[in-house]
Unconditional design. Structure first.
Length: 385
């Protein structure tokens, strides 16, 4: 789950990472009064699920309440293009914060690293808006330090990471507690990414989080009761959002024409390959999981068919715990409830496949014996015109 900057900064504050004074605002009046309350130059920051807001024109400085109100008038409700998310996103909220007198911009982040099987601390003294270019052109300017899960982020590990990044030695003592607090926040919120860019060193030597980007592990949300209300799927693909509301593992794919439903991630991905090989293009990844019941099959079919690009649907089910007859009943329920206008090919194998096939005989669904045959059939039927 993605968080907005203002939500991430609430977590940071809770774990005692210094953040600028500020407030989130949804109207011009709220921006005006927040600015007046801060009483000095403020920065106004559009709250969207994307980085690169500075470059997109969604981060502005304002010296007075009038200036802030004028910027808010322009930005609130405005849709801007964010290259980093490759999406047009609407600015519904602005974070109004005391502007920082920036001396240095540092990049710090903690995320998971599959190679070392550790959380890693990433530090670069070349923080700010062009960190992607730094990663590309001078990767040596970025230090990566695995964190021992049993010891946590120790002082010496944090210090070593800062040294390795070529960090100003006089600032190390001040920054180590910030790194440790960031790690505590990352662990405490079940994050899979906690990034501060820039971590600002101000003219008077304070170390403050200027920005925050945060991803929470969806599988841990059940125990992150306080964070659940931070979820906002309004910027997600609407079909994906609906699928997730229904608890279905669905990923929509661009430029596809064949809807794919299978059980088991590996089987679904192989089915996607076979559809591609047969000359089609998969429109989605949908894994109905083990032991799929009729209702989830019907739900899945509905989700896949709600994509107008889908010209045909391929079911590829290998019955283990999942039973062929349950799946067949789900498809029949789905057909009865939905107005299906596209061809559907079904390949059932494994547990109760024969019973499933017998049930499907009463319908105009097209059976297939193998995955390859199923892929060829659906592509031929769906794309014949
Ligand atoms: P992002 O572009 O989405 O990562 O948004 P950031 O919050 O990181 O802001 C982008 C850039 O705006 C920062 O790298 C800073 O250079 C600048 N900026 C942000 N906040 C302030 C501030 O309080 N004072 C000043 N002078 N610049 C700021
Ligand atoms: Mn940033």
């Amino acid at each position: 789950m993605k968080l907005y900057e203002y939500q991430a900064k609430e977590i940071l504050k809770k774990y005692k990472v210094p953040v600028p004074a500020g407030a989130v605002a949804e109207t011009v009046d709220e921006v005006r009064s927040a600015t007046a309350k801060i009483g000095k130059t403020v920065v106004l920051k559009g709250q969207v699920h994307s980085g690169g807001r500075g470059k997109a024109g969604a981060v502005k400085l304002a010296k007075t309440s009038d200036e802030a109100a004028a910027i808010a008038h322009d930005l609130l409700g405005k849709t801007l293009f964010f290259a980093q998310a490759n999406a047009n996103l609407k600015v519904n909220k602005l974070l109004v914060e005391e502007a920082l007198a920036i001396k240095h911009e540092i990049y710090i982040a903690i995320t998971q690293d599959r190679t070392t099987q550790r959380d890693i601390l990433i530090v670069s003294t070349k923080g700010g808006m062009d960190i992607e270019a730094v990663a590309e052109e001078s990767p040596e300017a970025i230090s990566k330090t695995p964190i021992d899960p049993l010891l946590g982020l120790t002082d010496y590990t944090a210090r070593n990471a800062l040294f390795a990044a070529g960090y100003d030695k006089t600032l190390i003592a001040k920054t180590v507690p910030v790194l440790k607090a960031l790690y505590a926040a990352y662990i405490g919120s079940d994050a899979i990414l906690a990034e501060i860019n820039p971590l600002v060193i101000t003219d008077d030597g304070a170390v403050i989080a200027g920005d925050a980007k945060w991803l929470i592990d969806d599988n841990a949300l059940y125990r992150q009761i306080d964070l659940q209300s931070f979820g906002d799927s309004s910027e997600d693909d609407p079909i994906e959002a609906e699928a997730h509301r229904r608890g279905i593992q669905y990923v929509r794919l661009e430029g596809g024409n064949i809807g794919i439903i299978g059980n088991g991630a590996g089987l679904v991905m192989t089915t996607m390959d076979e559809v591609k090989r047969a000359g089609g293009a998969p429109a989605d990844f949908l894994d109905i999981g083990g032991g799929a019941k009729a209702e989830s099959v019907r739900n899945s079919l509905e989700i896949v068919l709600s994509d107008p690009n889908v010209k045909g649907v391929l079911f590829n089910i290998f019955g283990g715990i999942t039973r062929g007859d349950e799946v067949a009943n789900g498809i029949i329920e789905g057909l009865a409830a939905l107005d299906v206008k596209v061809p559907i090919v079904v390949r059932l194998a494994g547990t109760r496949a024969a019973e499933g096939a017998a049930i499907l005989k009463q319908t105009n669904l097209v059976p297939a014996e193998t995955m390859q045959e199923a892929a060829e059939k659906i592509v031929a039927l769906a794309l014949k015109n």
